[in-house]
Design a protein around this ligand. Structure first.
Ligand code: PML
Ligand code: MG
Length: 241
């Protein structure tokens, strides 16, 4: 599902469900588009595609850690620190790119060595699609973590994206003005949630995927993120620091 109001992207979501759950799922997505805090869409696009079980890869979710940051400044420092542990010493330069992600429908794909943007369409970006949780029984987890649909969907997306061998990390700030928790995800450190990454009411957000590889590997990586069907298992581990 993708919803917009004029030129403004309002909401997007992905589901992989069995045929008997299709109707319920569609009405849920429409409701979701109509109740988003970013606005009231004048365009909602729902695409439905049949897929076979054999086409789907099953992944374990990234381990989840929550860091309770007291301020934006502290939160961004946590991200820079993790980037540095991943061998990226130009964390600040990378993070400056969030000024361009606002209102992109997808993510920026940034080459971590050359700092070049690799998306074929810079306005659209790379949209991670075709992924979901293996089943929907994670409401109890939501209560436990005090989170909502943002967390669930972001964990699925991040698990898929960083499972590609050429993705070193993903950094995300929500574009929802009422949601201030963001994250950095990587194979090495898992999904690290950081609270207070922006001010309440701020609509600016976005995603940056950090590419680490050769030029000839870029297209394969984009195809994996956009097209591969992935289900993420429901065995989530939560740590907090
Ligand atoms: C989004 O708005 O889609 C991004 C959500 C980030 C979720 C962070 C979390 O709570 O783990
Ligand atoms: Mg969003």
């Amino acid at each position: 599902m993708r919803a917009s109001e004029g030129e403004t992207h309002i909401s997007g979501a992905e589901k992989i469900v069995s045929e008997e759950n299709l109707e319920v799922c569609i009405s849920g997505l429409v409701k979701r588009a109509q109740t988003h805090s970013k606005g009231n869409p004048d365009f909602i696009n729902i695409k439905i595609e049949k897929i076979n079980k054999e086409e789907i890869s099953i992944l374990n979710p990234l381990k989840v850690t929550t860091i309770d940051s007291k301020s934006k400044e502290e939160g961004w420092l946590v991200i820079e620190n993790i980037l540095s542990k991943l061998g990226v010493k130009i964390g600040q330069d990378i993070l400056k790119n969030f000024q361009y992600t606002f209102n992109m429908r997808g993510a920026m794909l940034l080459d971590v060595k050359t700092m070049m943007r690799l998306e074929p369409d810079k306005k659209r970006g790379i949209r991670a699609t075709n992924m979901d949780f293996e089943d929907m029984r994670i409401d109890s987890l939501n209560k436990e973590i005090g989170a909502n649909i943002h967390f669930k969907e972001a964990l699925v997306l991040a698990t898929k994206v960083v499972s590609h061998p050429n993705i070193l990390a993903e950094i995300c700030v929500s574009d929802d003005p009422e949601y201030t928790t963001g994250y950095i995800a990587s194979k090495e450190f898992g999904y690290v949630r950081i609270t207070n990454l922006k001010d309440l009411g701020d609509e600016r957000g976005g995603r940056i995927f950090l590419f680490n590889g050769l030029e000839e590997q870029v297209q394969g990586c984009i195809d994996y993120i956009q097209k591969k069907h992935v289900l993420v298992k429901n065995n989530i581990e939560l740590n907090s620091r």
